[in-house]
Ligand binder design. Structure first.
Ligand SMILES: Cc1cc2nc3c(=O)[nH]c(=O)nc-3n(C[C@H](O)[C@H](O)[C@H](O)COP(=O)(O)OP(=O)(O)OC[C@H]3O[C@@H](n4cnc5c(N)ncnc54)[C@H](O)[C@@H]3O)c2cc1C
Ligand code: SF4
Ligand code: SF4
Ligand code: SF4
Length: 382
């Protein structure tokens, strides 16, 4: 049976807990706010199925990235509503037209992030846009299997480890399943996100959160809150709320990401997914004529099914082929994991007692001379 002795060896995909027929595995939060499986030995029959399907123990993807594109959805309204350039929406709308079901990460009513599904265009908007928090997978593999067994088309989207978990959970291929993952930096602790919300806002008054508002452009996007009284709280450098930028700073500095993300087994050109989407950072240098202030996506095709669905949607996007080496250069998370911040442990030692903004700003504060040195180093590089 599953036993977690090294936390970097569990991505929290929940496949083990969903596959156990004896309901012996519960996902429980640890002291950092991440979920890990715990086994009830009284219920466990030692059948070992959970071990067999765990994607960390059995990481054997069959697909390879074989085509890479810079791509933009032709519907500029959708691009504005999306994080990058609306690749998710293109595939999702196609599946909905086939009367299928689309799975992905949504906010619940308290702005926790979980996996859910959409069967119509109205519900699709909840899945649209990145939420930079680990999404709670719940029973979504089971739900997807039921739809698949009933002959419905399913598009399942998420992080590469969630896609690996789904594929291993299903244990067989389905003609009617399409899987789309992202290039994944890391996922921060859901508990840290919740504490950030509670300490800075009245959650009941939040109507909407956009992690990547594009008012200043896609490559300068920032976290924005909308409240029920019509006011907004934009968290960008000029907003006068600099202390509240803490959550973003901590995320990008790897201060509170999941341990498995620092040694992620799901990077590289080998893939479980049919297609992969991401931001095309570096587009100005690679294909300057495709640069768009609203956003440019990376789209890769990784399987026959990826090619098949691409043929159906390609008239709805502007695209240009590129080489994987540019993705590796400008989006290094495709191939390599980032180390934890050296003060990660200091963060988790104090985060329950010290106000979050103060703690993050204190730990990430760089002395004046170091900032001058980094500034000069960056200028010289350009
Ligand atoms: C945690 C995280 C880390 C990322 N890291 C990188 C990175 O390092 N480099 C990069 O280029 N791109 C990264 N992305 C992907 C990027 O932010 C966009 O999501 C992607 O380019 C798709 O944009 P879009 O415009 O096509 O669609 P959008 O509509 O903006 O994307 C929505 C998609 O994101 C999925 N999603 C949203 N939140 C979550 C979540 N918490 N967990 C799982 N899936 C989620 C939805 O299911 C849906 O498929 C990351 C996304 C997330 C959620
Ligand atoms: S070994 Fe079998 S019964 Fe025990 S927890 Fe794993 S799947 Fe469940
Ligand atoms: S990686 Fe997934 S399947 Fe493996 S132990 Fe962790 S939650 Fe279970
Ligand atoms: S970095 Fe790897 S382990 Fe972490 S969430 Fe992304 S795919 Fe999963």
């Amino acid at each position: 049976m599953i036993e977690i002795t090294d936390k970097s060896k569990c991505c929290g995909c929940g496949a083990c807990s969903q596959i156990c027929q004896f309901d012996a595995i519960k996902m429980q939060e640890d002291e950092e706010g991440f979920l890990y499986p715990t086994v009830d030995e009284n219920k466990c029959t030692e059948c070992e199925l959970c071990l067999k399907i765990c994607p960390i123990n059995n990481d054997n993807p069959k697909n390879y990235i074989s085509k890479c594109y810079a791509a933009i959805n032709k519907d500029s309204k959708i691009v504005s509503l999306s994080t990058s350039a609306g690749m998710f929406s293109i595939f999702a709308e196609h599946i909905l037209k086939l009367k299928g079901v689309v799975f992905g990460g949504v906010f619940d009513e308290y702005f926790n992030v979980k996996h859910s599904y959409a069967e119509n265009m109205d519900d699709l908007d909840k899945i649209r846009r990145s939420k930079y928090v680990q999404s709670y997978i719940g029973g979504s593999y089971k739900q997807a299997k039921t739809f698949l067994d009933n002959g419905r088309y399913v598009l399942f989207t998420g992080t590469p480890c969630q896609i690996a978990g789904l594929k291993n959970y299903l244990q067989k291929g389905y003609e009617n399943l399409y899987v789309l993952d992202i290039i994944c930096h890391s996922v921060p602790s859901p508990r840290v996100w919740k504490m950030f919300l509670e300490q800075n806002f009245e959650i009941s008054k939040i109507e909407k959160i956009n992690f990547r508002d594009k008012s200043f452009g896609w490559d300068k996007s920032y976290l924005k809150f909308y409240f029920s009284d019509g006011t907004v709280c934009p968290l960008h450098k000029k907003s006068g709320k600099v202390e509240n930028l803490s959550y973003y700073k901590g995320f990008f500095s790897m201060l509170y990401s999941r341990p498995s993300c620092h040694d992620c087994k799901f990077r590289g050109a080998k893939k479980y997914s049919d297609m992969t989407m991401a931001d095309f950072w570096g587009i100005k240098n690679v294909i300057p004529e495709m640069y768009d202030t609203k956003g440019v996506s990376v789209l890769t095709l990784n399987s026959e099914k990826g090619y098949e669905i691409f043929k159906e949607i390609k008239n709805k996007i502007i695209y240009k082929e590129t080489n994987i080496k540019y993705l590796e250069l400008y989006n290094p998370c495709l191939v390599k994991s980032l180390s934890p911040h050296p003060k990660r442990q200091d963060f988790f030692d104090s985060y329950q007692t010290e106000p979050l903004n103060d703690l993050i700003n204190r730990l990430l504060h760089k002395p004046f001379l170091k900032r001058c040195f980094n500034f000069l180093k960056n200028r010289l590089r350009k």
